[in-house]
Design a protein around this ligand. Sequence first.
Ligand code: PBG
Ligand code: ZN
Length: 322
Amino acid sequence: MIYRPRRLRKNPVIREMVAETQLSADMFIYPYFVVPGTKVVQPIDAMPGISRLSIDMLLKDVESGLKLGINKILLFGVGEKKTGEAQSAYDAHSVVADAVRALKKRFGEELYVITDICLCAYTTHGHCGLLEKDVILNDPSLEVLAKMALSHAQAGADMVAPSDMMDGRIKAIRTRLDENGFENTSIMSYATKFASAYYGPFREAADSAPGKGDRKSYQMDFRNPREALREAKLDEMEGADILMVKPALAYLDIIRLVRKNTTLPVACYNVSAEYTMVKMAAKAGFIDEQRIVMENMYAFKRAGAGIIISYHAREILAKAWL
Ligand code: PBG
Ligand code: ZN
């Protein structure tokens, strides 16, 4: 035998030396659900370890997270007034805008604040754009999304992350930000976001499930990798700074495809049900949580993601799993 691959697996020292994939704390973005009120900590049943927090509690949690190295967070607003036109989404004092101001005042440049841009938590019908009869309106939704992004930028957000999947939203948001002097506010696009059952627990957490119908007329069909590439390219041309693939675990091929076809940073979103499945199986004692979580994280990196948005992030750093 000439080739004996096992030679390089002999002990941990040599295995470390030949390891091809590395993770670092800097890669992670940790999501938060922010609600109005004070002293609110509402655990989310389907997502053990994750709670909806009011701004005062968020500040505390972020402070302890920063000590662990969680310095990039993604905010979702929950519990705001829902209307047909989603006015509360762009209120100068929406819970997200207020949270951003409070966070930036307290932590400044030490903390990088990203906000989710979408209408589903702010509309009575729960769709990500404006609705007329049974149709999600594209172009009129862009105006509302642009207003929402601007209100977050004005509050001090470092980056906005549109997750609505309307056509042309990156250009609409980029233009609105630039016109108002926010040319340095970045955009991370949910570029290839698939219509997925893996968002189930999130919709409970964000109270954002569509009342009627599904999201298939705007989120992507998971059978379509070529279309995914088209979506990613469009968002790049429209001015996205980072391209995201979502969900992550069942879409490693898409992460790889996007990585190979752009020079922009590529992020993946390890979404709610991916988290829930691991947590529940671990709770039941059927899997080793640490090993499963880290195997998943390495898979994202190996596929080509340089940035990982994950509900596991805090625990990974707190328990030094890296
Ligand atoms: C809102 C949004 C969703 C997620 C992020 N932003 C849900 C959806 O599109 O229904 C999902 C995140 C997760 O499941 O963790 N558009
Ligand atoms: Zn949405």
